[in-house]
Design a binder for this molecule. Structure first.
Ligand code: DOR
Ligand code: ZN
Length: 436
């Protein structure tokens, strides 16, 4: 790092866009100004960032983040959650609606959106609830949220499934008017009453009530058919089973307008961790079998799964420590997502860095209709950029995370890669691996 700190021009010297040949990426006035031959760019007053060996990607976009504000500021706030996002290489996150109060009105989504703007670490796109209070009985004011300053395009009752087929149909029909999408948390409620972990031989051994794959797959099958019937757009949250991948593949072959995401933890971890009875591994949907993990990785590589989305779910210690059965489900994700994508997808040869950019930036931005994000790294595009050092390996230290919560399942685990810098419209939010 050198030269004047407040200049609005940055030269990312020797950066490798999408892992390709090194160039000098010049960011000026919020946009990518040029990609010059490596070592040649200069500009008066520019800040030069030594990006030798660093991979440059478009700023990451998360489709599924729980920021917990309003209501559970003891677990996370918009400020701390978006700090975690920037440190993880994200320039935009979708803030889930299961807050308290629920984000089911224009007033609440505007509040979250405004808090995001004030924090300034990344863009915050609020997700609107599908039903009032996530109650699953009456549609929320989807149109008013879409028309609000927050311009909501993604609607979800995440944490709960929109299990009523008539309501789901109406929601799908309603959002067509403003090009919205329903993001379904696919969980048949009756099949998962009291469920604690993946249903299988292990749940029997451990004496924990099972969450069967069919409870996810049945809802996805119904919803892709509903989406086809009404000609609307469906997104499936946190796909976790091999069977779900097969249904999505068939739906896409039929031309149904469905997209899907998988979490980093479902790409790396499996149900065997439940044998520890450590609630840090309790998550919804649950960690599945090794075959499921393999099928999910392959589906990301094939593009049947469009996006990796974190489902960053911070929880206060009192809700996460103690007995498995009483713990709330969920894991931190923002600060480790890119590292896990590197380990599970890049280092396995399933995806190159251009593929990572597509699944963690381009496609999620498109699904969320975030026009300024997920754009290619070329002249004239908004300068949303992350620089990652793929050569570093380091152990995850929960105490060093920016999130207000500590429920990472990767404590002490060595993961590859390090986010060195993040730029939001040409302004650094992270430099030298720390908040700028
Ligand atoms: O594990 C989860 N945690 N899954 C969800 O669907 C909700 C989330 C939360 O809000 O904690
Ligand atoms: Zn969910």
């Amino acid at each position: 790092m050198s030269a004047s700190a407040n200049s609005s021009t940055f030269i990312l010297r020797g950066a490798r866009p999408y892992g390709g040949d090194p160039v000098d990426l010049v960011l000026r006035d919020g946009a990518v100004a040029e990609a010059a031959a490596a070592g040649t760019a200069s500009a008066a007053g520019a800040t030069v960032v030594d990006a030798d060996g660093l991979v440059a990607l478009p700023g990451l976009v998360d489709l599924h983040t729980h920021l917990r504000e309003p209501g559970r500021e003891d677990a996370e706030t918009v400020e701390t959650g978006t700090q975690a996002a920037a440190l993880g290489g994200f320039t935009a996150v979708h803030a889930m609606a299961n807050t308290d109060p629920v984000a089911d009105t224009a007033g609440v989504v505007e509040q979250v959106w405004r808090l995001g703007r004030e924090a300034g670490h990344c863009d915050v796109a609020p997700v609107g609830a599908v039903t009032v209070g996530l109650g699953g009985e009456r549609l929320a004011e989807l149109g008013a949220m879409a028309d609000s300053a927050a311009r909501v395009r993604v609607f979800s009752d995440d944490g709960k499934c929109v299990s009523d087929a008539v309501l789901m149909r109406r929601a799908l029909e309603y959002v067509k008017a403003f090009d919205g999408v329903i993001a379904q948390h696919a969980q048949e409620p009756r099949l998962t009453e009291g469920a604690q972990m993946n249903e299988g031989a292990l749940s029997g051994v451990l004496g924990l009530r099972g969450w069967p794959s069919v409870a996810e797959e049945a809802v996805i099958a119904r919803d892709v058919l509903l989406a086809q019937h009404v000609g609307s757009r469906l997104h499936v949250c946190h796909v976790s089973t091999k069977g779900s991948v097969e249904i999505l593949r068939l739906a896409k072959e039929r031309g149904i307008d469905v997209t899907a995401e998988v979490t980093p933890h479902h790409l790396l971890l499996d149900e065997s961790l439940a044998a520890s009875y450590d609630p840090v591994y309790k998550v919804n949907p649950p960690l599945r079998g090794k075959d499921d993990v393999q099928a999910l990785r392959q589906a990301v590589a094939d593009g049947v799964i469009d996006a990796v989305a974190t489902d960053h779910a911070p929880h206060a210690a009192e809700d996460k420590e103690g007995e498995w059965a009483n713990a709330l489900p969920g894991m931190l994700g923002l600060e480790t997502a890119l590292a896990i994508a590197q380990e599970a997808l890049v280092e396995t040869g399933l995806l190159d860095w251009a593929g990572v950019a597509d699944r963690l930036s381009t496609r999620p931005a498109r699904i969320g209709r975030l026009a300024g994000h997920g754009r290619p790294l070329r002249a004239g595009e908004p300068a949303n950029v992350v620089l990652v050092d793929p050569a570093v390996r380091r152990a995850v230290d929960p105490g060093a995370l920016a999130s207000r919560s500590r429920n990472t399942p990767y404590a002490g685990r060595t993961l590859p890669g390090r986010v060195v810098a993040t730029f939001l419209r040409g302004r650094p939010t992270v430099l030298d691996g720390a908040l700028a």
